[in-house]
Design a protein around this ligand. Structure first.
Ligand SMILES: C[S@@+](CC[C@H](N)C(=O)[O-])C[C@H]1O[C@@H](n2cnc3c(N)ncnc32)[C@H](O)[C@@H]1O
Length: 349
C-alpha cells in the first residue's frame, strides 16, 4: 500500500517537544498535528519523499508510521475493541510469508488489563488479519523481528504504529565510543544549542564537556563556528576526542584540559557557553558544590558575549549566581533526564 503522505509519531525527550516539532516542521516540511507536552510525543504528517530524512533529525529518539488510531475503555472486555482496531489497521499489508513481527506495548493510565494482555490480544489480531486478508500466518519473533508493531494505550487513546527506526533509539548516536559516566543525551544537547540562539560563526565553549556531546552536536549544526571543549579530567578529554573522531568532526573542535573555575586563564572571550555541569552529588559536599558553581559562573560571565545555557538540578542556586553577576534569565524549562528533572536555564548579559 503506497501513500503520498504518512502520519508519523515521533518520540523525544519530555520537555523539548516544541523544539522537536520545530525541527520536524523545518527539515521534513511536515505539518504538525499534535504536540503532547511533557509526554515526549509529536505527531506530524510527512510526505513520502521526506521519510529518508527522518534519520538525520537531532531532536528525536524514534519515529513510527501511524496505521490507526482509536479509543477503548478500561475494562478487560474492552480488549475486544483493541483487537478490532489492530485488525482494521492495515498492518497485514506490511507483512509477507517470510517476514516476522513483534508487538511492543506502551501503556499509561489505569486499566483492568496490563501490557502483557495488550501484547497478547494485539499479536493475535495481527495474525488473524494476515490469515484473513493475505492467506498466510506470520511468524512472531521477539528478538529479531522484520517489523515491530507498536501498540500505545495511553488512558483511552490507542495508536497502532510501525517502528521506522528498529530497536535502536536515535539518541544512542553512533559516535558514543567513549561512554562518559554522566553523559548528556544528544537530544538535550541539541535542544540547549537551539535555546542558546547560537548562529553560525558564533564561537561556542562547553567548559565541562565530559565526552563532548554538546560540542559534537554543535559541529553537526554549525559549519563555521569555533568550538571549544574543556574538562578538568584528562581521561574525559581523551574520550571526547575519540567520540569526535567517530563523529568525523574532530577537526572542528579544540580540546583543552583545564579548570572551569579559572576559565579566563584559557580563553579570553566566547560568544556562547552551553554546558552540563556535574550534578551536585558528584562534586562532594554542598559547600564544595556551591563554591565550584559560583566560581565557574563568575568566570563564565566575564568571558561570554551572548548567552550561557546550563542544565542543572541546582537551578535556584545557579539562577541566583547568574543574577548576582548582573545577568538575566531569559528562558527556563524543566526537562526529564534519567530519573531527574533538571532545569535548562538560558541567561543573557
Ligand atoms: C555531567 S558531566 C558532563 C557530561 C557531558 N555533557 C557529556 O555528555 O559527556 C560534567 C563534567 O564536568 C567536569 N568538571 C567538574 N568540575 C570541573 C571543573 N572545575 N572544571 C572543568 N571540568 C569540570 C567533570 O570532569 C565531568 O566530565
Amino acid at each position: 500500500m503506497r501513500r503520498e503522505q504518512y502520519t508519523i509519531l515521533f518520540t523525544t525527550n519530555p520537555g523539548i517537544e516544541d523544539i522537536a516539532a520545530d525541527e520536524i516542521k523545518a527539515r521534513l516540511r511536515a505539518s504538525i498535528e499534535e504536540v503532547r507536552e511533557n509526554h515526549g510525543r509529536v505527531i506530524a504528517k510527512v510526505r513520502e519523499e521526506y521519510l529518508d530524512l527522518i534519520e538525520e533529525l537531532r531532536s528525536i529518539y524514534r519515529a513510527r508510521i501511524v496505521l490507526k488510531r482509536g479509543g477503548i475503555c478500561a475494562e478487560m472486555t474492552c480488549l475486544r475493541d483493541l483487537a478490532q482496531i489492530v485488525n482494521d489497521s492495515g498492518v497485514h499489508e506490511y507483512l509477507s510469508p517470510d517476514s516476522s513481527f513483534a508487538i511492543r506495548v506502551n501503556r499509561a493510565g489505569s486499566h483492568e488489563f496490563n501490557s502483557m494482555d495488550i501484547a497478547r490480544v494485539a499479536g493475535d489480531a495481527v495474525i488473524e488479519a494476515a490469515v484473513r486478508y493475505r492467506g498466510f500466518r506470520p511468524r512472531v519473533d521477539l528478538d529479531y523481528p522484520s517489523i515491530i508493531v507498536s501498540v500505545d494505550v495511553i488512558e483511552s487513546d490507542v495508536i497502532v504504529s510501525l517502528e521506522l527506526s528498529g530497536d535502536l533509539s536515535w539518541h544512542r548516536r553512533g559516535y558514543r565510543i567513549y561512554d562518559h559516566p554522566a553523559a548528556l543525551k544528544p537530544t538535550l544537547a541539541y535542544a540547549m544549542l537551539i535555546l542558546s540562539g547560537i548562529s553560525d560563526k558564533d564561537s561556542l565553549l562547553d567548559p565541562m564537556c565530559g565526552g563532548g556531546t554538546i560540542v559534537i552536536e554543535a559541529a553537526y549544526m554549525l559549519e563555521n563556528s569555533r568550538l571549544y571543549c574543556l574538562d578538568k579530567n584528562p581521561r574525559h578529554i581523551s574520550g571526547a576526542k575519540l567520540n569526535a573522531m567517530a563523529a568525523l568532526v574532530q577537526n572542528r573542535i579544540s580540546f583543552f584540559v583545564g579548570d572551569a573555575t579559572k576559565l579566563s586563564r584559557y580563553i579570553r572571550e566566547v560568544d556562547v557557553i552551553v554546558s552540563n555541569p556535574p550534578y551536585g552529588i558528584r562534586l562532594g559536599s554542598p559547600r564544595q558544590v556551591k563554591r565550584v558553581y559560583s566560581e565557574f559562573i563568575r568566570e563564565a560571565v566575564s568571558i561570554t558575549n551572548k548567552s550561557i545555557v546550563l542544565i542543572t538540578p541546582d537551578y535556584d542556586f545557579v539562577k541566583k549566581s547568574l543574577l548576582d553577576n548582573g545577568w538575566r534569565i531569559s528562558h527556563e524549562r524543566v526537562v526529564a533526564h534519567g530519573n531527574l528533572y533538571p532545569h535548562i536555564l538560558v541567561a543573557k548579559p
